[in-house]
Design a protein around this ligand. Structure first.
Ligand SMILES: Nc1ncnc2c1ncn2[C@@H]1O[C@H](COP(=O)(O)OP(=O)(O)OP(=O)(O)O)[C@@H](O)[C@H]1O
Length: 242
């Protein structure tokens, strides 16, 4: 399988802290990859480097064969990488549909505002917000803001979707719905990298799992293989997420 994204020697330090330290990975088209690891292991920082939300200190990222590690975030979005945030970022004074339309206008398949609003409608239905399209985004609960962020990311028609703990905080019913929704996105052919602490979701969705600790990749394989790796068991010992 040709790699959609290839990461080589990616590094980022905050002062003396090596948050991402020589991280390399190759992810094929159509894969659903779990990026897991104890708290503070560098997962969100790795996503921020891929999306250009943070500049890398070192390393190469090839997406669709193009170097993107020095591109500004908006060009990376245009190139086809969309994301959700662990700490959601919605524009509270705009309506829910307008928030999603922004994702269409600035995404990989840019369009005019009228078409962007038309694209938003079915996506809001898909994430369970269909009845609320014209309400202000500020009216949404935290969980519903996460749904909005996912619709906004999809509106950009990305080829790579990065989910940062998108399933966190869902109740068991919502979790089942969320897993089913991610599965439909993958079936549409969108490659997914999901940072997630909900291991049942990783097992249910991911054929490929990468485990980080202290900024480094410590294991990789199927979820069963990677999570059973002795280095992974050791990394999680003493961590509340184990
Ligand atoms: N902007 C920043 N400035 C300074 N330190 C940071 C910054 N962002 C992250 N860090 C530190 O870098 C390390 C890696 O953080 P990161 O958020 O990438 O980990 P994570 O694996 O996503 O953790 P979690 O599972 O808790 O979200 C942590 O020690 C964190 O405190």
């Amino acid at each position: 399988m040709a790699a959609l994204i290839e990461i080589s020697g990616l590094s980022k330090a905050f002062g003396g802290l090596r948050a991402v330290d020589g991280f390399s990975a190759s992810i094929g088209r159509g894969e659903v990859v779990g990026l897991v690891g104890p708290n503070g292991s560098g997962k969100t920082t790795a996503l921020n480097l891929i999306t250009g939300n943070l500049p890398a200190d070192d390393g190469i990222i090839r997406f669709n064969g193009r170097r993107i590690e020095a591109m500004p975030a908006h060009r990376i979005t245009r190139a086809g990488i969309a994301r959700t945030f662990q700490l959601v970022r919605v524009m509270p004074s705009m309506t829910i549909a307008e928030n999603v339309a922004v994702g269409a206008i600035f995404g990989a398949a840019p369009c005019r505002p009228a078409e962007a609003m038309a694209r938003a409608v079915p996506l809001l239905a898909r994430v369970g917000l269909g009845a609320r399209a014209h309400q202000p985004a500020a009216s949404l609960t935290y969980i519903d803001q996460k749904r909005l962020e996912l619709a906004r990311a999809l509106a950009g028609r990305p080829s790579l979707l990065l989910l940062d703990e998108w399933l966190a905080g869902l109740n068991p019913t919502e979790l089942d719905e969320g897993i089913a929704l991610i599965r439909t996105i993958a079936r549409d052919g969108i490659t997914i990298i999901m940072v997630e602490h909900v291991m049942d979701a990783i097992r249910a969705l991911c054929g490929h799992c990468i485990v980080m600790n202290a900024g480094r990749k410590i294991a990789e394989g199927t979820p069963a293989e990677a999570l059973a790796d002795p280095a992974v068991v050791k990394a999680y010992l003493g961590d509340d997420d184990a």
